[in-house]
Design a protein around this ligand. Structure first.
Ligand SMILES: C[S@@+](CC[C@H](N)C(=O)[O-])C[C@H]1O[C@@H](n2cnc3c(N)ncnc32)[C@H](O)[C@@H]1O
Length: 238
């Protein structure tokens, strides 16, 4: 294995182990630490995808779906087939226990090497997942590969608060208070120190839009959510 690939494999292993360790507390902490704002963000993603979700012929994949909160939000009322995929089995096990009547298929797979043919999906979503990939650009290319021509990608991710003053306040919360509470409730302070750390290394709103275009997406753009704490990016395949 090349040295770069060894580092990527080690990163993927560490991320998978980290999410395995917090899977049972993941939802509780998401809602607690975001004061439930995460639920509103997922609804906004579903609203942006509504026209595709209402098509009975459409196939939609929620990548790095974790415990399935976005997958289920997309599935609710949808006529499209919605599938969830993640490479962490304990996260998927939590997803599978939720709202079983919705019969969402969950598939264990690595987002960097999806087990689907080229041009399979009408739309893809990835929420708080892209940042965790060992290779963000490689992940975007893989997502582009499995999209149909004119298919759309929606990325929900933590981003950069744009309002001065609020930004400093939020950064204090995110880098100091959140790891403290997250550590106590989950028993894994490391996972909640990794969160602000990984966000600080992730591309800004504009950089991510540019990266999407550089791998081949067209019409890449974004909308800031809650003053830029998060951002919803979207782009299309030609
Ligand atoms: C922060 S959670 C987000 C889960 C869910 N999308 C949500 O909105 O709550 C990140 C998820 O990305 C998954 N993940 C990270 N790297 C991955 C990869 N290479 N392939 C598939 N899933 C991955 C993790 O297992 C974890 O479930």
């Amino acid at each position: 294995m090349k040295p770069g690939n060894t580092a990527k494999a080690a990163h993927a292993k560490a991320v998978r182990e980290m999410f395995s360790g917090i899977a049972l507390r993941y939802d509780l902490l998401n809602h607690l630490l975001s004061l439930n704002i995460d639920k509103r963000w997922r609804k906004i993603v579903a609203d942006h995808m509504r026209d595709i979700l209402e098509r009975p012929d459409a196939l939609v994949l929620d990548v790095a779906c974790g415990t399935g909160d976005l997958t289920l939000e997309l599935r609710r009322g949808a006529k499209a087939v919605v599938i969830g995929t993640d490479f962490c089995r304990p996260m998927l096990a939590v997803a599978q226990q939720k709202e079983a009547e919705m019969e969402v298929p969950y598939i264990e797979a690595d987002a960097l090497c999806l087990p689907f043919g080229d041009g399979t999906f009408d739309a893809l979503s990835i929420a708080f997942g892209l940042r965790n990939l060992a290779d963000v650009r490689g992940g975007l290319s893989e997502l582009l590969r499995v999209l149909k021509p004119s298919g759309r990608l929606f990325i929900l991710e933590f981003s950069n608060p744009v309002v001065p003053g609020f930004r400093q306040l939020f950064n204090l919360y995110f880098s100091r208070i959140l790891p403290f509470i997250g550590g106590i409730v989950s028993g894994s302070r490391g996972a909640y120190e990794y969160l602000p750390d990984s966000v600080s290394r992730f591309p800004t709103q504009r950089e991510l839009a540019a990266m999407m275009e550089s791998v081949g997406f067209v019409n890449a753009g974004f909308r800031n959510l809650t003053g830029g704490i998060a951002a919803l990016h979207s782009g299309s395949k030609k």
